[in-house]
Design a binder for this molecule. Structure first.
Ligand code: SF4
Length: 743
């Protein structure tokens, strides 16, 4: 018997916990938290343990599939690439590059190969039809941060280790361990905050797990966060509580904000928010008078029609209470690699722009190089020049995770050609003509590209593969390069390694000019994302500068730290003005596009409030649509239930545990689902909560365990035409429903 111990960062959610994995005779024997991990200190949630189930899942695809006569049959990699070459380039030659579209999903954010090589495929396709899960999730936060601080990933993060007041709005970090804020063991950190006399306050239409722990919880009507936040800021001006603290000399637009938010008095928004005006004023005073305080808001504030405005106002509030860039307030991480706000010219930059191109059918603007994912369906359906005829999906399941999935499923069947890279034959990939299996996380190296830029503490951690992959399984970055080569007419027989070498040389010349040769020589022996990572670390803020900063970080040093839990780079520190990348070199508190968009909210202040609306829900044992086939997570009570307040249940004659019919009116007609009722006073009256990512009862999938308890698809109820116009983010919550009991 041979037994080995491995240390691996968990790739299943944004918390990035360090795991200790015991392997016995080539099989995973156990998974637990790695106590020595410098970032997560042994914390693990039930999903981390499920990596074993994921690796061993008999339904996980291990060989390519080609659809022949409507049935997916196993194929070799050579056959699969040949089929793509036979069908994709001719279609592009006839119909043009915009006849292709590409969609990338959330798992790509957790895989360095996918994240750093996906752009190469998108560029090779040359289409403007690039979509991702970002417009189902966090695009409003990224856009607001970009407009204020100059880069899409310059997100202000609560300094939870030192704050004395944390206000959480529309987020449930106790279940998620942070989102756009990487904070493993949020519960432990929140309890430590309370133990030192601090307060946790939660605003949410549900008494979430986080709210249950909080010192105070206030219900709010779904979608009303923008009004609450505007009224909090309004109170600061009204009661002369504005103070900028140490960042005062770097902030533009304070007076403009005060003027623009004048209509949003607490008294004017109280009915819209269902929060007393006095409570709003009191909260504003508390934030202003607590020296160390932070406001954090997430998914509930993003997935609504005012997502960007709400995200912006969170940081306006942090700034005007003197907590921006202040210890105990909100700070910016300084990531060791891949961070645009820690490299290049300091303190100034190009900022962010949107609308460099527009969706053909809706005219929605591009944001961060993408179009809103809810535009995909009409781009496939609508005839004309530029109609999407071929689609590539990478680790994504929009049939379940995007609004109006049934309409999208129908549209996918009308495509001329579809390729999916995925680990499952799921509700979306079942429509593909060719499926290329992804790699089990345990078979690939790992370094988080994005999340160290969002982390509660600075760190650098690398994980080597835990188990060897199949001999014929290419790395995912190699698959992406092959697809790129096919799209560019270089053929399916191209050598991905040679292509990578050539592209790396070109990139090095662009980035380092005369120093490129030194970089190429210094990274000899490396290839793919490992080589890119070595360059990013060495050229990064803690790097060895390829010899100019001896003792600085290199990939070798970070790799050597794996068994010891990685390298701790210390607590977050004030970074203004050095981290700014706005053209002005200042914090833009009043971006003109947001002030203009505020007029929508002014007009909507007195809009009627629907009697019953639906929102989503996060569960610690689930993450979107793809973890319902794993035994360790699927066991226990059914989690896809519609939570209903007792008063609503009584009014609608709903019984606990019985099935109910839930219906909406959308722009493309009525929609309905059937879901199991769970009566709970944790809901705000008038609000129903159902988690998303369920509905595993569609034909043609291979998710046998998930299909046994399929649940209901919340997104089937939602309207693909409802978006935040600034960011293109879909509206996933606060949607009006009707509900009735089923016999
Ligand atoms: S919280 Fe759970 S799923 Fe997320 S990284 Fe940690 S162990 Fe993995």
């Amino acid at each position: 018997m041979t037994e080995t111990i491995h240390h691996r960062i968990c790739p299943l959610c944004e918390a990035c916990c360090g795991l200790e994995i015991k392997v016995r005779d080539g099989q995973v024997a156990s998974i637990r938290g790695h106590n020595a991990d410098v970032f997560s200190a042994g914390y693990i949630c039930p999903k981390g343990v499920a990596l074993k189930d994921l690796h061993e899942d008999p339904d996980r695809l291990r060989t390519p599939l080609i659809k022949r006569d409507g049935v997916h049959v196993p194929a070799t990699w050579t056959e699969a690439f040949a089929e793509i070459e036979r069908r994709l380039p001719p279609l592009m030659a006839v119909h043009g590059r915009d006849a292709t579209a590409i969609v990338v999903g959330n798992p790509a954010a957790h895989k360095i190969g996918l994240l750093t090589y996906f752009p190469k495929l998108a560029r090779a396709l040359g289409t403007k039809n690039v979509f991702s899960a970002s417009t189902l999730d966090q695009m409003p936060k990224q856009l607001a941060s970009g407009l204020m601080f100059g880069h899409w990933l310059s997100v202000a993060l609560p300094d939870i280790a030192r704050t004395d007041l944390l206000l959480v709005i529309g987020a449930n970090p106790l279940a998620s361990n942070g989102s756009m804020w990487t904070v493993p063991d949020f519960k432990g950190k929140a309890k430590a905050l309370q133990a030192r006399g601090g307060r946790l306050v939660v605003i949410d239409p549900r008494r979430t797990e986080t709210a249950a722990l909080a010192d105070a919880h206030h219900f709010i009507r779904p979608g009303a966060d923008v009004f609450l936040l505007a009224a909090l800021v309004n109170t600061l001006f009204d009661e002369k509580l504005v103070r900028l603290g140490a960042v005062a000399e770097w902030v533009n637009g304070v007076d403009e904000v005060g003027l623009a938010l004048a209509p949003f008095t607490p008294e004017a928004v109280t009915e819209r928010c269902a929060i007393p005006a006095q409570t709003i004023r009191q909260l504003a005073r508390e934030l202003a008078s607590t020296p160390r305080a932070a406001v954090y808001a997430r998914i509930g504030t993003c997935t609504q029609t005012y997502g960007t405005l709400a995200s912006w106002l969170v940081d306006v509030l942090n700034t005007l209470t003197g907590h921006l860039d202040a210890p105990g307030g909100v700070l910016f991480a300084k990531s060791a690699a891949f961070s645009a706000n820690a490299t290049g010219k300091s303190g100034v930059g190009k900022g962010v722009v949107t609308g460099r191109h527009f969706a053909r059918v809706s005219g929605a603007p591009e944001v961060m190089g993408e179009l809103p994912i809810t535009c995909l369906v009409e781009e496939i359906e609508t005839p004309g020049n530029g109609k999407v005829r071929a689609l590539i999906t990478v680790g994504t399941n929009p049939v379940l995770s995007s609004p109006n999935g049934p309409r999208l499923a129908q549209a996918l069947d009308s495509l001329d050609f579809m390729v999916s890279m995925d680990i499952y034959l799921n509700e979306t990939t079942r429509h593909a003509d060719v499926i290329l299996p992804g790699v089990s996380p345990l078979e690939e190296l790992h370094y988080d590209v994005a999340f160290p830029q969002l982390s509660w503490r600075n760190h650098a951690r690398y994980s080597p593969p835990v188990l060897p992959g199949a001999a014929d399984q290419p790395h995912e970055w190699q698959t992406l390069l092959k697809l790129a080569a096919i799209a560019q007419g270089q053929g399916a027989d191209v050598d991905a390694n040679a292509l990578d070498d050539a592209q790396f040389s070109e990139d090095a010349k662009r980035q380092f000019g005369d120093g490129a040769q030194k970089v190429i020589e210094a990274t000899q022996g490396l290839r793919g994302p490992q080589r890119g990572l070595d360059v990013a670390l060495r050229a990064g803020p803690y790097g060895d500068g390829f010899g100019t900063n001896p003792g600085g970080l290199t990939l070798a040093r970070v790799m050597d730290s794996n068994a010891f839990g990685g390298i701790d780079l210390g607590e977050l520190k004030p970074r203004l003005p050095e981290m700014l990348r706005t053209p002005s070199g200042r914090v833009e508190l009043a971006p003109p596009s947001l002030l203009l968009d505020l007029q929508r909210a002014v007009a909507d202040l007195n809009a009627p409030v629907p009697a019953l609306v639906i929102i989503g829900r996060r569960d610690v044992r689930s993450n979107n649509s793809w973890m319902h086939n794993l035994p360790v997570l699927a066991k226990g009570p059914m989690r896809c239930t519609a939570l209903v307040h007792p008063l609503d249940a009584q009014r609608l004659k709903l019984m606990d545990g019985a099935m109910a019919h839930i219906a909406t009116e959308t722009s493309s007609g009525p929609r309905s689902i059937e879901a199991q009722v769970q009566i709970s006073d944790e809901m705000m009256p008038g609000v129903v909560s159902l988690p998303h990512g369920w509905g595993h009862n569609l034909a043609g999938t291979q998710l046998n365990l998930a299909a046994q308890r399929p649940g209901a698809n919340l997104n089937a109820l939602l309207d693909d035409q409802l978006r935040d116009p600034m960011s293109g983010n879909a509206v996933l919550g606060g949607v009006e429903i009707t509900m009735r009991a089923l016999a």
